[in-house]
Every structure is written in structure tokens, then in C-alpha cells.
Design a protein around this ligand. Structure first.
Ligand code: COA
Length: 388
């Protein structure tokens, strides 16, 4: 397989639930005020998934928007990476759900868990897959339904989070640009400062874990705040240097949208004006792994990121994890929007749904055939039956 020298972002898309939850709405649920939340975090409202919306449904919508934007077909995707802390299931992965819904029949896929740094981790991993020649085209998604893991009685955390999804398509190219450098870091000693204590193998779900609210986010806000302000500036500086650039070469920094004060503090440490930082957290809150791709989509839409701009995306969160990537934005030609290709892809998604139903049916039929039953049982009585 030929190895491409550059990994470009050739498409991007986002999806948000329709339901808006304002600070005033929250003030009717817990002991807080719009003034307190806005002044401590910058957040004014967030989106919350409706009963039929899930991490998977939003991820699929964002991925479809990214495919339209790139004007490529689902069959072109070689790898799907989904950064999420709120997957549909522990397994199968949300990536497999997306693969099936898109009809991405040539793709492998996996979920990646790095909390709010997840998208930076996934972008870096996807770019490395392209640069190594393992994949030509990679779908990278950040998707979260934080509203399902928030304790709605804890005013210290429930005010912060929101739901949404964003997706990028990465593709190999010989044209210089794209993902220029990445830095990924972790410090597991700080894991307990931001966690969902139960639901894994250490504390599986039980009546006690549900009663004690251990399936929702626990956070030491001050500790996380200190960590975030420390790492955001340092990793930004480091990743820019690694790309062989100076801070003055960077057109825009798109940080994880956790807290306005954290971003302002990083701006001060880096000696940069606040205008260099894109923020939309006032409308969406902290959507964890989805916050960076959503912010990039909006920044492009508002003309804040233009072709040939160098940008930095920088994330931090549970783990503790943090990371940053320098991107030279979209140096490849954008195809004209083709209505026929758009409609063709919509037809493909319907066919992918039918294909999925057919494959499930076929599996059921196969399992009933005598030959396949004998093969499954190794041609002889299974050991548990022999014992009886
Ligand atoms: N409304 C009103 N009062 C609140 C409140 C709320 N939603 N949440 C906490 N308070 C109260 C506290 O009970 C405390 O009251 P007390 O002084 O009577 O004890 C007071 O406000 C100060 O609480 P504190 O936790 O010290 O506030 P803070 O200034 O540290 O702000 C955060 C809290 C959560 C906004 C802040 O710590 C933060 O943003 N941390 C980073 C969190 C984050 O971004 N996490 C995700 C990272 S990916």
C-alpha cells in the first residue's frame, strides 16, 4: 500500500439535539442561578438529547454531514474511530453501529476512551493510520450524550455538560498540509478527580451502585480547573514548536469548550489575545469529546478558519488526559456540492439499513441449518451436555 505523506481533513460535520436547556431551566432543578453559572463558566445554555437521540444517532448524523462535505462515498472509508465516554454500549462499539448505518463496507472501527481529550487522541490516531499507509480515508468522530451520565441533583457538575457530535474525514495526500503535529499526554494519578466510579469491571452495576449514584460524573472541580489551566498553555506551546512553527503563525486556537475562565487563563499564559481562541461554550456547554469538532465546524462556518490557516486544537479532561494537534486547514480543492451525489448517498443509507436487516435474517437462518449447527458444536456433543 502506498504511504501518503500528509493527512488532510477533507470533510467535517456536526449534529446537535434540538432541545435547549438554559441556565434558568437548571435554576428550577437545582439551587443555582444564571448569574452564577455564566460568571463561573461562561455557559448560558446547552443541548440535551431527547428520548430517541443517542450518541450513535448523533454520531451518524455528523458522519453523514462530513461525508457530504467531503463529497465521498461510505465505501471509501477504511477506518472509523469514535471518541466517546458515553458509548451506546460497552460493546459492540459505537463505531460498528456507524459502520453499519453508513454502509461503510470496507471499514474497520473502534471506540476510543480519553474523556474530553478523546477527539484530539482520535484525530492523532487517525492521522497516524493514514501516514503509516494502514488507511487512506479515516472517519474520526467525537460524540457524547453527557446528559445520560450527569447527576441532575449535583449542581457542581450538572451545569457544565451538554450533548452533541462532530466528525472529520481524514484522507491521505501528497500535497503538503493537514495534520502537522500532535502531542498526547496522560497522568493516571489524577484519575479520581474526574470519573464515573461504577459500571466497569471494578464496580459493576448493582442495586448499591445505583442507589449511591455511582454511575454518574464525580468531579473535584477545583483540582480539574488547576490541571486544565496548567496543561492547556504548555501543550499548545509544545505542539506548535513540534510543527516547526511559532505561536504567531497560528491563526486560531480551538480549545476544548469546558470553561471560559480556563481558556482566558491559557490565553494570558500564552500572551495571546482572547480573539485567537474560538469559543461556543455559551451555547453548548461542555460536550466532552464532541466539543472540538463542533467548534471547528462552527469556526469554519463563520469564516474564522480559512484555507491555508494553521490552527491548533487542544483538549484536556478525565484520565487525566490532554493533547493538542496543529492542522494546516484544507489545502485540497473542495469539490462543488453535488445534489446527485447527496441523493445517491441518501439512497445508499436506505440500502445499508436493508442490508443490515438482511444480514441479521441470514444469520438467523444459518444458525437453524443442521450443517451449521453441527459445525458450531464441533460435530459432537458439547462438553457440558456430556457431563450430564
Ligand atoms: N450554583 C451555585 N453555587 C454553586 C454551584 C452552582 N451551580 N456549584 C457550586 N456552588 C457553590 C459551592 O457549593 C460553593 O459554596 P460554598 O462556598 O458555600 O461552599 C461555592 O459555590 C464555590 O464552589 P466551588 O466549587 O469552589 O466553585 P468554583 O469557583 O471552583 O467553580 C466550577 C466550580 C465547577 C465551575 C469550577 O471549579 C470549574 O469549572 N472546574 C473545572 C471543571 C471542568 O471544566 N470539568 C471538565 C473538564 S473536561
Amino acid at each position: 500500500m502506498p504511504t501518503e505523506r500528509y493527512a488532510h481533513i477533507i470533510g467535517w460535520g456536526m449534529a446537535l439535539p434540538e432541545r435547549v436547556l438554559t441556565n434558568d431551566d437548571l435554576a428550577r432543578m437545582v439551587d443555582t442561578t444564571d448569574e452564577w453559572i455564566a460568571s463561573r463558566t461562561g455557559i448560558r445554555e446547552r443541548r440535551v438529547a431527547g428520548p430517541k437521540e443517542t450518541t450513535g444517532s448523533m454520531a451518524i448524523e455528523a458522519a453523514q454531514a462530513a461525508l457530504d462535505n467531503a463529497d465521498i462515498e461510505p465505501e471509501d472509508i477504511d477506518l472509523i474511530i469514535v471518541a466517546t465516554s458515553t458509548p451506546e454500549n460497552i460493546f459492540p462499539s459505537t463505531a460498528c453501529l456507524i459502520q453499519d448505518a453508513l454502509g461503510a463496507v470496507n471499514a474497520g472501527g473502534f471506540d476510543l476512551s480519553a474523556a474530553c481529550s478523546g477527539f484530539v487522541y482520535a484525530l492523532s490516531t487517525g492521522a497516524n493510520a493514514v501516514l503509516s499507509g494502514a488507511a487512506k480515508t479515516v472517519l474520526v468522530v467525537g460524540a457524547e450524550t453527557m446528559s445520560r451520565v450527569v447527576n441532575w441533583k449535583d449542581r457542581g457538575t450538572c451545569i457544565l455538560f451538554g450533548d452533541g457530535a462532530g466528525a472529520f474525514i481524514l484522507q491521505g495526500s501528497e500535497t503538503p498540509g493537514g495534520v502537522l503535529s500532535s502531542i498526547l499526554r496522560a497522568d493516571g494519578s489524577g484519575g479520581s478527580s474526574l470519573e464515573i466510579p461504577a459500571g466497569g469491571s471494578r464496580l459493576p452495576a448493582s442495586i448499591d451502585t445505583v442507589r449511591d449514584n455511582l454511575h454518574s460524573i464525580r468531579m473535584d472541580g477545583k483540582e480539574v480547573y488547576r490541571f486544565a489551566t496548567r496543561v492547556m498553555a504548555s501543550v499548545t506551546q509544545e505542539v506548535v514548536q513540534t510543527a516547526g512553527l511559532q505561536l504567531s503563525d497560528i491563526a486560531l486556537i480551538v480549545p476544548h469548550q469546558a470553561n471560559k475562565r480556563i481558556i482566558e487563563s491559557a490565553a494570558r499564559s500564552l500572551g495571546l489575545p482572547e480573539e485567537k481562541f474560538f469559543m461556543n461554550l455559551d451555547r453548548y456547554g461542555n460536550t466532552s469529546a464532541a466539543s472540538i469538532p463542533i467548534a471547528v465546524c462552527e469556526a469554519v462556518g463563520q469564516g474564522r478558519i480559512r484555507p491555508n490557516d494553521n490552527i491548533v486544537v487542544v483538549g484536556f479532561g478525565g484520565g487525566l488526559t490532554w493533547g493538542a494537534t496543529v492542522i494546516k486547514w484544507d489545502v485540497t480543492e473542495k469539490p462543488e456540492f453535488s445534489r446527485w451525489h447527496y441523493l445517491g448517498r441518501r439512497t445508499r443509507y436506505v440500502l445499508a439499513g436493508l442490508r443490515s436487516i438482511a444480514r441479521r435474517g441470514l444469520r438467523r437462518v444459518e444458525s437453524l441449518l443442521p450443517a451449521s449447527r453441527a459445525a458450531a458444536e464441533g460435530g459432537e456433543e458439547p462438553p457440558y451436555r456430556k457431563q450430564n
